[in-house]
Design a protein. Structure first.
Length: 275
């Protein structure tokens, strides 16, 4: 064996040894973390003000209180992040809220929904019930009057100061795709409505002030407070113009303050990217 051939074998051995000791260069590992509005994760947005959060990742448990919903026919489906609550006809989930929710003076609620067009009646996404009123203390729902390309979004908030109706807002091209809806109240006089992190309406009320919910009962995901069995209110039972969420509901968050518009925008963008 000549010297040149021995050198070739030694070089080959060194190359093989080196390649076995070092991982392949991964350019992605050197990329800076995604940052939107100074946040890299939705969990970084106002964490001290988050009073309830349902990620619905194979569970109906609120991650803040560690309390689970009572399931009435719902299941799970692919969500905007992980899995989501999957509704069905006559199906819903009920949650017993603590004082961090029933005692809210101001709030922000954000949630994602992916539902087919509602043709059988209104579809309630979320409600904080009022056990002695037809409507709840908080109601977020798709109103009747939808078309193939248009949803009619409506919201309602009641407290000792009176009732506020928000809507009807015509929202385009939401059926069969994930869409984020948000509602906030600043505890003084101003409601804001958001779609996909963008403010679409501001409604100023007179005689507002801090909220004080009346006769708060359970929270409902997937239908109205009067569609449950038994009804959650003494003032109504099931209505033929109301229906059930048959699609998905995901990433429901409740804060005890009105988030800034930039915070809502960052939150929604991050969740939409799975962060």
């Amino acid at each position: 064996m000549n010297f040149r051939y021995q050198s070739y074998l030694l070089l080959a051995a060194i190359t093989l040894f080196a390649s076995s000791c070092y991982k392949k260069f991964d350019a992605d590992s050197y990329k800076p973390a995604l940052s939107i509005g100074g946040y890299t994760s939705a969990s970084e947005v106002a964490p001290g003000n988050l009073v309830a959060y349902w990620g619905f990742n194979g569970s109906l448990t609120d991650s803040v209180s560690k309390t689970s919903c009572d399931n009435h026919g719902t299941s799970f489906t692919t969500g905007i992040k992980g899995t989501a609550l999957k509704g069905a006809d006559k199906a819903y989930a009920l949650f017993t809220p603590g004082t961090s929710i029933t005692g809210l003076k101001a709030f922000t609620i954000t949630l994602w929904v992916n539902n087919p067009q509602n043709t059988a009646g209104i579809v309630q996404l979320l409600s904080l019930s009022n056990t002695k009123s037809f409507w709840g203390n908080i109601d977020i729902f798709f109103e009747n009057g939808s078309t193939d390309t248009k949803a009619v979004l409506k919201m309602h908030v009641a407290s000792s100061h009176g009732e506020t109706w928000l809507g009807n807002y015509e929202v385009q091209n939401v059926w069969g795709k994930w869409t984020n809806f948000g509602l906030s109240y600043n505890g003084v006089d101003s409601f804001k409505v958001y779609v996909n992190g963008l403010r679409i309406a501001t409604q100023v009320v007179t005689g507002g002030g801090p909220l004080q919910f009346l006769n708060p009962g359970k929270m409902v995901f997937g239908t109205s407070q009067f569609q449950t069995v038994p009804s959650l209110t003494s003032e109504a039972t099931a209505q033929d113009w109301a229906s059930y969420l048959t699609g998905g509901l995901d990433e429901v968050r409740i804060y005890n303050k009105a988030l800034e518009e930039a915070e809502v925008g960052a939150l929604v963008k991050l969740e939409g990217r799975g962060k």
